[in-house]
Design a protein around this ligand. Structure first.
Ligand SMILES: C[S@@+](CC[C@H](N)C(=O)[O-])C[C@H]1O[C@@H](n2cnc3c(N)ncnc32)[C@H](O)[C@@H]1O
Length: 269
């Protein structure tokens, strides 16, 4: 790794993937030269990383809430910010409740809930079949029984289109796309490699949040919750969307870095 311009931690993660060796082994043998295939694989990964490809895509996985999720360019790389949404869902889903995860991507939210709470029945949806294939792979690895028994169900469709008339949930969680179409960040760094459909949502970044709020009321139990992740500058706009439709107990909560990250509410009575 000597002379490699990558941050040390990134270089070590790529070296683990290139060599097939665990971190402990690499630390213990840090002064030995890598064999030729491992050196070549490392060089190729390092070059791609320097070109901006997310580490999670290069090594095929990302840790989320203490579990390792398979991660490919078909899905958003799960972010620590989203653990705030998971924490809210774990604390507010009632015993034996029904939970809906709209836009599940890798399945990070739904699968974490299924693993942490075996009393919950969970539906996870996405418009992208490719994303759902990754979510299925993760569920098979992390909570196979939930998938086999139907306690965790994966469905394809545009937001509420795959939810039946009269189907109601005790808690609806979503981390939808929320970046404005012309946000320059979409053309920079890691974001360039992630699916645009997972990131961009119209001129103000609120199209997906509007669609979700617009269709939500008939699908949430009267004493249920909706919890929506959004950009740290979108809290007021999301509260206005919900309050404008008569939702109650509308409040924005911070993520681990103290930035406004999720807005939660209960249906009007
Ligand atoms: C920001 S990603 C979140 C992925 C995952 N839930 C997470 O937190 O890591 C948003 C997800 O919404 C999905 N999506 C985008 N538009 C959609 C739509 N109209 N209907 C359903 N899913 C959609 C994308 O395919 C993507 O997987």
């Amino acid at each position: 790794m000597l002379g490699c311009p990558l941050p040390r931690l990134e270089a070590r993660v790529l070296l683990e993937a290139a060599s097939g060796r665990r971190r402990e082994w690499l630390i213990a043998h840090g002064d030995e030269p890598a064999d030729e295939p491992a050196a070549a694989a490392f060089e190729s990964l390092a070059r791609r990383r320097l070109g901006g490809e997310p580490i999670a895509y290069l090594v095929g996985a990302r840790e989320f809430a203490g579990r390792r999720f398979a991660t490919t360019p078909a899905v958003l790389v799960p972010r620590p910010d989203t653990e705030t949404l998971v924490g809210f869902a774990l604390a507010h889903a009632p015993a034996r409740g029904r939970v809906l995860d709209l836009g599940t991507g890798s399945g990070a939210i739904a699968i974490t809930l299924a693993c942490e709470r075996d009393d919950l029945r969970i539906v996870a949806t996405d418009r992208s079949e490719a994303a759902l294939a990754i979510a299925r792979r993760n569920a098979e690895a992390l909570c196979p029984r939930a998938l086999e028994t139907g306690r965790l169900e994966l469905r394809a469709g545009d937001w509420w289109s795959c939810i039946g008339d009269g189907e109601r949930f005790d808690l609806v969680a979503s981390n939808p796309p929320y970046v404005a179409d012309d946000d320059p960040h979409l053309r920079e760094g890691d974001l360039r490699f992630e699916p645009r459909d997972a990131l961009a949502a119209g001129a103000d970044g609120l199209d997906a949040l509007r669609a979700i709020v617009q269709g939500a009321a008939p699908h949430i139990a009267p004493d249920g919750w909706i919890a929506l992740e959004h950009g740290y500058e979108q809290g007021a706009a999301v509260r206005a969307l919900l309050a404008g439709r008569g939702w109650r107990e509308v409040a924005t909560r911070p993520d681990g870095a103290g930035r406004p990250r999720i807005t939660c509410a209960r249906p009007f009575l």
